[in-house]
Design a protein around this ligand. Structure first.
Ligand SMILES: NC(=O)C1=CN([C@@H]2O[C@H](COP(=O)(O)OP(=O)(O)OC[C@H]3O[C@@H](n4cnc5c(N)ncnc54)[C@H](O)[C@@H]3O)[C@@H](O)[C@H]2O)C=CC1
Ligand SMILES: Nc1nc(O)c(N)c(N[C@@H]2O[C@H](COP(=O)(O)O)[C@@H](O)[C@H]2O)n1
Length: 257
């Protein structure tokens, strides 16, 4: 559990092959999970307030992130539909398309509209200033307006700071700032689904409460996308439980304190 109430509970979950790849060559999306473990993923989705991915996954997979695989709720109860988690996309440069499935599904009522977390390109003074800073900001503003017009909400947080004397790096957002902002907006639990860089960041920064990994009995090979190679810090893990779902193995762990 988070030690205080300043961030949501974080469940990091993804599917991998037995050689620890989460996608194929060039990032090709793979159906690694079998039917049973995919349904488990949708059950986990409905148990969280939010579901978070990086923009790499959003652009590559055009995912839905809803709970469409769950059985129709029992009739004649007060319970008419399952809770759809709020999709949250880490997208510093606003690459998400205003016509993506996340936005389209919300318009059709089969999901809720995404929150897109971003940071405007900084206006840098002095040595690091560049002539096209204003133009970058204008283009970012135009993309923000297009996303908001389509139904997404753009939320601003600060970018990651590599060194206090350098301008902020704009390719990554500060995960602590992201989680703090989500908690302030009422998100008490978030399921992080990937992709590779986001998995690396959450693990390296030890911002994970529960880790649920589905392993499918397939090999992808060296050209597939892994996440382990880029882990800057390796947190120690505490084993909780293993379940066998169809042909897949699902392991639950938590980070040791
Ligand atoms: N098997 C599985 O369970 C899953 C597989 N995938 C696969 O992962 C691949 C995408 O992975 P990536 O290209 O690594 O993209 P990604 O989805 O990890 O997004 C990375 C992007 O997020 C943004 N970002 C903002 N703040 C960040 C931070 N603090 N740390 C990291 N990223 C931050 C950056 O712009 C960065 O380029 C796809 O091939 C997709 O199919 C994605 C999700 C689950
Ligand atoms: N649990 C799981 N198993 C797989 O085999 C996967 N490829 C993924 N990928 C994640 O799920 C997203 C797709 O969700 P929708 O089916 O579009 O709702 C994908 O973008 C990854 O985040 N997960």
């Amino acid at each position: 559990m988070p030690s205080d109430n300043t961030r949501p509970y974080v469940t990091l979950t993804f599917a991998q092959s037995i050689d620890a790849k989460i996608a194929g060559a060039g990032g090709r999306q793979l159906s690694l999970s079998g039917e049973e473990s995919m349904k488990m993923t949708h059950w986990m989705r409905t148990m969280h307030d939010g579901i978070l991915i990086g923009v790499g996954t959003a652009v590559n997979d055009n995912p839905q992130l809803n709970v469409r695989l769950l059985p129709f709720p029992a009739q004649n109860t007060h319970f008419r539909h399952y809770h759809h988690p709020r999709p949250i996309v880490l997208d510093p440069h606003l690459r998400l398309s205003p016509t993506c499935k996340l936005i389209d599904n919300a318009a059709k009522g089969v999901g809720v509209a995404p929150w897109v977390i971003s940071a405007p390109p900084p206006k840098i003074e002095g040595f690091f200033a560049s002539e096209d800073d204003d133009e970058k900001l204008q283009r970012w503003g135009a993309r923000r307006d297009a996303l908001q017009a389509a139904g997404a909400t753009v939320i601003l947080v600060e970018p990651e700071t590599i060194h206090p004397d350098l301008p902020p790096a704009t390719s990554n957002l500060s995960l602590r700032a992201v989680l703090r902002s989500l908690r302030e907006k009422g998100i008490r639990s978030v399921m992080v689904e990937g992709g590779a860089r986001v998995i690396q960041s959450f693990l390296s920064e030890r911002l994970v409460d529960a880790l649920i990994v589905t392993t499918a009995p397939v090999l992808v090979g060296r050209d597939g996308v892994g996440y382990g190679e880029g882990l800057e810090q390796i947190p120690s893990l505490e084993y909780i439980q293993t379940e066998f779902l169809g042909r897949d193995t699902v392991v639950a762990l938590k980070l040791s304190s």
